[in-house]
Every structure is written in C-alpha cells, then in structure tokens.
Design a protein around this ligand. Structure first.
Ligand code: ATP
Length: 260
C-alpha cells in the first residue's frame, strides 16, 4: 500500500463571510503532497494561494471539505509542532538577538504546554541551524544588523527549531532582490535535501516555482480551482546550469500560457 500523503486537501472549499458580500476564495481543491515532496502553488493575484496555505497551517478552517495530515483527520489532530510557517516578511523581534529569535517559537510552545523536551536540547539545535543556513558568527546580532536575506534565513531557522515535518512557505523570498533570491533558492534546496522536509511553497515567480519544485500546482483566478498539476522532472541537484536547460525553459513557458 502507498504511504499516506504528508498533507492532503479533499474537496476543500473556502468562503469568507456570508450572503451577498461573501467571497468565494477556493473551490473544490483536491491535492495530495507526498512525504518529502516540494510542491509550489502559482496563480494570479487574489486566487487564493495564501488562503490555501493558511488552511494548511490551521489558521483558517475550510468552509467545505477536509484536510488530512499523514492520513489523520486534520480537524481532530493536534498539528502543533508538525508544521512550520514562513511568511513573506521576516517576523522577528528587533530587541532580541538572532539566537533568541530562533528560540522564540519553542518558548511560546513550551509556555502553552505544546512542546516537550528540555531547553538545552533546543539551545544546541540553534547552533546547528545557524550553521545550516550559513549564519555562523551572527548568533548574537540583532535583526536590524542583518540584510533582508539574512533575516529570512533566521525565520527559516525559527521554523525548523521544533523540527516540523511540513514547511509552509508563503512567498518567503518575494521581497528580496533577484540575486539574493537566486542564492536563497539554492540554499533552500540544500536545506530541503539535508532535512527531508515536505514543502508547500507559494510564489508569483514561475521560474522560481519550476527551479525548486517536484510539482507545480496552477490555480485559476478566484475562486481558485486547480487548473493543472505539472510534474517538474528536471534532474537534481539543481543549480545555475539547470536554468540553461531547454526543458527548464519549456516548462516555464508552458506554465506562462495559463496566465495569458
Ligand atoms: N481573512 C479574510 N477575510 C476576507 N477575505 C479574505 C481573507 N483572506 C483572504 N480573503 C480574500 O480571499 C481571496 C484570496 O486571497 P489570497 O490572499 O488567498 O490570494 P492570493 O492568491 O494569495 O493573492 P496574492 O497573490 O495577491 O497574495 C481574496 O479575494 C481576498 O480578498
């Protein structure tokens, strides 16, 4: 029997509000993401990409359908600790050091009684993570002493500190310049490979989606429906040379046709 998907959306529909003013954000979403898979979601502005991710994070309850996490009914499962969320803009406390910011989710979850294990284990993990994202020497720096790319690396560490199996990333590199974004994409693939996470990634950038993913999900204009799921069977590891491949450029071009 096949393993259960890391996360599955079964007939998920989302309306915000009721009556005439209701917004139909998502319609009939059926999507399975396998354990360890990297899946990107693309679609026109306002089509419901962030809503889909917010539902996966448990921040919104869908108005129809259901979610499964490793085969378990999401509505009755405590997913705290299984899911990490990374937003477009780093959410860091200016008055706390990099090290303290990385530990913040652990402190909050411990306070709420959602996390077990002693603090020392997490303190040691901070050093591993700082090294994983190449921030050695910056553990005692404050966020305003770091570049945008470095700040986003800190948020990646924050999301990895409690070792969730699923990472939800909502345009995490959308506010970075093109060169830094390319560098962060390469680093993310390296982190993904070394940590075996499942990643659900929202982006406006079709080239980024093709470069990173195993599959690209194309949503229609609102209400977001799945228009296509495209397998990206480019060889890995991927690097600057991947972008020179005819297959890479063909895939990007074919996904663009959905937006014309
Ligand atoms: N909390 C909310 N309350 C009411 N409407 C909402 C809420 N969140 C999202 N919406 C609406 O749902 C629709 C989808 O929004 P969403 O942010 O998911 O789209 P998106 O594809 O991520 O957009 P973008 O690419 O511009 O970031 C939009 O019309 C938005 O106004």
């Amino acid at each position: 029997m096949d393993a259960e998907p890391a996360i599955a959306f079964d007939d998920v529909t989302m309306h915000f509000g009721t009556g005439e003013d209701a917004i139909h954000a998502l319609d009939d979403i059926n999507l399975s993401v396998a354990d360890g898979e990297f899946v990107s979601i693309v679609g026109p502005s306002g089509c419901g990409k962030s809503t889909l991710l917010n539902i996966a994070a448990g921040l919104h309850e869908p108005t129809g359908g259901a979610l499964r996490l490793d085969g378990r009914d999401f509505s009755t499962t405590d997913a705290t600790g299984d899911i990490g969320f990374i937003f477009q803009r780093p959410v860091l406390l200016d008055w706390r050091t990099v090290r303290q910011n990385i530990l913040l989710p652990v402190r909050i979850m411990k306070k709420n009684g959602d996390l077990e294990g002693d603090m020392q284990g997490y303190q040691d993990r901070v050093d591993e993570l700082i090294s994983l994202v190449g921030l050695e020497g910056f553990g005692d720096s404050y966020p305003n002493e770091l570049s945008g790319g470095m700040q986003q690396r800190v948020t990646i560490c924050q999301s990895l500190i409690y070792d969730p199996s699923l990472l939800l990333m909502d345009e995490p590199f959308g506010s970075l310049d093109a060169l830094t974004k390319d560098q962060m994409n390469a680093e993310l693939l390296d982190i993904w490979k070394r940590t075996n996470k499942t990643i659900l990634f929202v982006t406006h950038d079709l080239e980024e989606a093709v470069f990173l993913s195993d599959k690209v999900v194309v949503l229609s204009p609102r209400p977001g429906r799945i228009q296509d799921v495209i397998d990206i069977d480019l060889p890995r590891p991927r690097d600057a040379e991947t972008k020179q491949l005819t297959e890479y450029n063909d895939l990007v071009t074919s996904i663009y046709t959905y937006f014309q």
